[in-house]
Design a protein. Structure first.
Length: 215
């Protein structure tokens, strides 16, 4: 049975867990609290340099789903920069084949409505700049084991209005599952825009070329 460590276990991780085959994968969830009643729960505040004790030291995949501690600049530094540094220290204690890090299409900033690919990120506001800094740090840390998934604005069936560039929460979970279940053996860090077909300006061609099918 392959072991998956999910750091930042919330709604997306809960949806992901329900989509993975329990006979093939064992999920370990890291969060400050166990609101989702995770069976294999690990309590940890990722802003703490005191590392948690892990039951296993051998994982097929580690998934990091960051979240700012607040919506100002300090909150983004906490949620992306400080947390990812502590998590990297945690990964030194274990072995793993892939590291999936969730990012955001905020790295594009506010731009003209043209079809943007993974190579056109030049952010012009603090959130995008901090997230791009986080992406670059992750590339240095995890090298060819790294897959960066840039999520567009998340919505669900209760959302009244979709963002211009959008991604259903179920599709977000399915994309993570896709990269857990398929080993592409990349030779360098890879970035994928995760935005649905009717999004205004974010290209998802690379994701679809890899074989992902939106539902």
């Amino acid at each position: 049975m392959k072991k998956i460590l999910i750091i930042g276990y919330g709604d997306i991780a809960n949806r992901l867990s329900s989509k993975l085959n329990n006979d093939d994968y064992k999920i370990y969830g890291v969060s400050r609290n166990n609101h989702n009643n995770i069976e294999n729960f690990i309590s940890w505040d990722w802003l703490s340099e005191d590392l948690p004790k892990l039951e296993s030291v051998d994982y097929e995949c580690i998934v990091f789903i960051p979240k700012p501690s607040s919506f100002n600049e300090d909150g983004y530094i906490d949620g992306f920069i400080k947390s990812s540094k502590n998590i990297f220290n945690l990964t030194k204690e274990v072995s793993y084949n892939r590291f999936i890090t969730i990012s955001s299409t905020r790295v594009y900033g506010e731009k003209e409505k043209k079809y943007l690919s993974e190579h056109e990120s030049i952010p012009n506001e603090f959130r995008g700049k901090i997230i791009l800094q986080y992406e670059n740090s992750q590339k240095e840390r995890y090298a060819k084991k790294l897959i960066i998934l840039r999520f567009s604005g998340l919505y669900d069936s209760l959302t009244n209005k979709k963002p211009e560039n959008h991604l259903h929460r179920d599709n977000a979970a399915k994309i993570i599952r896709f990269f857990i279940e398929n080993d592409f053996n990349y030779s360098s860090p890879e970035i994928f825009n995760c935005s649905e077909d009717k999004s205004v300006s974010i290209s998802n061609k690379k994701l679809k070329k890899a074989g992902f099918i939106f539902s």
